[in-house]
Design a protein around this ligand. Structure first.
Ligand SMILES: CC(C)(COP(=O)(O)OP(=O)(O)OC[C@H]1O[C@@H](n2cnc3c(N)ncnc32)[C@H](O)[C@@H]1OP(=O)(O)O)[C@@H](O)C(=O)NCCC(=O)NCCS
Length: 214
């Protein structure tokens, strides 16, 4: 069974542990969680579920070099797309493999591809002919419609609704319950606020909010 390290002891990192638990005990062996600055509370919550804290990212890599940690795979449980990219690039360079985690309650239609490192949480609905890039996070109950392309390091928070024929470029974040109407593109690195409704293309690098989102 491959050994897995989860990066991030915060709320989403621990929700990723729930996804691993739901996938079942025969798929992954969680060796522990890495975090560069865990709070006391998060360390306590990890201990309560009997998951080891392995130290910082750099100390994980030192432990791997020394042979005391042998994990082959990692997943980044950090919501920020930019931080997730930086962590993933560091671990890829060190030779770890990204794990792809799909909760068993997720439904997918015909021809859906999920990129390495992605985490698809409970209740997500992916219809047909959909592409998810690397290290995408689709949080609880997100829906994605037909023919939509989601780039690398995109985060969709709970209840986000991405319609058909949309493009979410790399590092887009869609806030909780954000809606993107069909056929629209959200440009690289842009943020769609919680409960916003995107009704026209969003350029790269901006924050939009409200209904209609602007
Ligand atoms: C939109 C968002 C990215 C912040 O954008 P921001 O421009 O930095 O917002 P600020 O906090 O500085 O607030 C600026 C104004 O926008 C308003 N605002 C903030 N978020 C808003 C939202 N989602 N919808 C509508 N208005 C919003 C604020 O009330 C404030 O209004 P005011 O100037 O009249 O007082 C953020 O509020 C958001 O919605 N993030 C998503 C969070 C999320 O998904 N959380 C769930 C995690 S699982």
């Amino acid at each position: 069974m491959p050994e897995l390290v989860v990066v991030g002891a915060g709320g989403f990192g621990r929700e990723v542990l729930d996804v691993v638990d739901a996938i079942g005990p025969d798929s992954w062996q969680v060796v522990g969680v890495v975090d560069d600055g865990p709070t006391e509370k998060n360390l306590e919550l990890l201990a309560r579920r009997d998951v080891a804290y392995l130290g910082t990212l750099e100390s994980l890599l030192a432990q791997r070099d020394a042979g005391s940690v042998t994990a082959s795979h990692y997943v980044v449980g950090i919501g920020s797309p930019a931080v997730r990219r930086a962590v993933a690039e560091r671990l890829d360079a060190a030779g770890l493999q990204p794990a792809t985690l799909v909760h068993p309650t997720v439904t997918t239609g015909f021809d859906v591809t999920v990129g390495p490192g992605s985490v698809v949480c409970a209740g997500v609905r992916l219809t047909t002919n959909i592409r998810l890039g690397r290290h995408v996070h689709l949080n609880l109950n997100t829906t994605v419609g037909h023919d939509t392309v989601i780039g690398d390091y995109v985060s969709a928070n709970p209840l986000a609704s991405i319609s058909g024929d949309c493009v979410l470029e790399d590092e887009v974040l869609v806030g909780v319950a954000g809606v993107v109407l069909n056929g629209l593109t959200v440009g690289r690195g842009s943020v769609v606020g919680g409960s916003a409704c995107v009704v026209k293309d969003v350029p790269p690098g901006v924050v939009v909010k409200g209904i209609p989102a602007r």
